[in-house]
Design a protein around this ligand. Structure first.
Ligand SMILES: *Cc1c(COP(=O)(O)O)cnc(C)c1O
Length: 363
């Protein structure tokens, strides 16, 4: 049995008829950018998160950099972020000329809130909280620190649609929640897409104007904006998927409960969930010191895996200019050397799961 780490085709097949019907409806409508599907999706997604406003954008990265842009955070400013994240989180900061200041993760792969305060300087303007792999971060403590030091909070929710901390949805704690709808995310489109969620109507207005060349009224441009619009086709298809989010989340939760209950190997550490947090399982990430051996062994059995992520941003070629040396973030670097994401997707069969579990247990 050949098992891939992810199967986007399965996610399509689950609601194939609805997706195809919606796509045809939009293709035949003659209206393709910023229309009824986008505004309906924005309303529905805001309601889903419990946030007041949602603005659809072209990608998760756009959501991040536009968030810092409208908050006025740029050159000379510092933003605190965890070391072990997807590089897009960091690019959202540096595209604006601001400087990322890295903090080590805790055992849940999220920012270790107890290490934030020591990184705050006179230049610190914000904390970028990444709810990595689908688990909500330790928001009680993070929000308390932000209030105490008068810092903005931006949430990178690219992997956490629907994850909650003490009942409240990720993306609604801070000033701005940034979402990605890249196809592999828990709420995935069939191309690129993103969104910003915020309770602040003036931020919402700024983002809405900024995404469309800085214009509110056509051809009257208030600021130098960008083109970052969610298109009608993606918005319509996202509406279909959003209407099934509960089933989709439930299915992934079931798969991961089986992994947690049945995976058992002395050299493999299973992921844990923080008290008060929920996990929507964007990835099921294990840790092992024998990672390469495990990858090779699983490959021989035709089971695919992915490393999220092999090179932490501070060690990537792109960020050599930050001069954050190897060894300066030992936990982050150790995670990069030991994490492994095992197959997980909506539409994964029991047989496929049995095969993965048996193979890993026999490693
Ligand atoms: C995917 C992802 C992004 C970027 O989203 P895109 O839509 O691909 O631009 C940002 N941050 C994290 C944590 C992600 O996983």
């Amino acid at each position: 049995m050949k098992i891939m780490p992810n199967r986007l085709d399965r996610g399509f097949q689950l609601y194939q008829e609805e997706f195809e019907k919606k796509a045809l409806e939009i293709l035949r409508s003659g209206w393709y950018v910023l229309g009824r599907e986008v505004s309906s999706f924005e309303e529905e997604f805001a309601a889903y998160t419990g946030g007041k406003h949602c603005i659809g954008l072209a990608s998760g990265l756009d959501a991040l950099w536009i968030a810092f842009r409208v908050l006025g955070i740029g050159k000379g400013d510092e933003v605190i972020v965890q070391g072990n994240t997807y590089i897009a989180s960091v690019m959202g900061i540096t595209i604006n000329g601001a400087t990322p200041v890295f903090v080590e993760p805790d055992e849940y792969f999220n920012i270790d809130a107890s290490q934030i305060e020591e990184k705050i300087t006179g230049k610190t303007k914000a904390i970028l909280v990444v709810h990595l792999y689908g688990q909500a971060s330790n928001m009680d403590i993070i929000m308390e620190i932000a209030r105490k030091h008068n810092l903005r909070v931006v949430e990178d929710c690219a992997q956490s649609h629907g994850a909650r901390f003490r009942g409240k949805m990720t993306g609604t704690f801070g000033d701005i929640g940034c979402f990605s709808f890249y196809p592999s995310k828990n709420l995935g489109a069939f191309g690129d897409g993103g969104a910003i969620v915020t309770d602040d109507s003036s931020i919402a207005d700024d983002v809405r104007i900024f995404r469309n060349y800085g214009s509110e009224k056509r051809y009257y441009n208030k600021v130098v904006g960008t083109n970052s619009r969610l298109d009608e086709l993606q918005a319509g298809l996202l509406r279909v998927r959003l209407s099934h989010m509960q089933e989709l989340e439930e299915e992934k939760r079931k798969i991961c409960s089986r992994y947690l209950a049945e995976l058992c190997h002395p050299d493999i550490i299973l992921p844990d969930t923080r008290e008060g947090a929920t996990h929507i399982w964007h990835q099921f990430v294990i840790r092992t010191e024998q990672r390469q051996e495990l990858i090779d062994y699983l490959n021989r059995k035709e089971i695919g895996t992915i490393i999220h992520y092999p090179i932490p941003p501070h060690l990537s070629e792109a960020y050599q200019y930050l001069n954050v040396c190897r060894g300066s973030l030992p936990v982050t670097e150790h995670y990069a050397e030991t994490v492994l994401s095992i197959p997980l997707y909506n539409g994964m069969t029991d047989e496929e799961q049995n095969f993965v579990i048996d193979a890993i247990n026999a490693f």
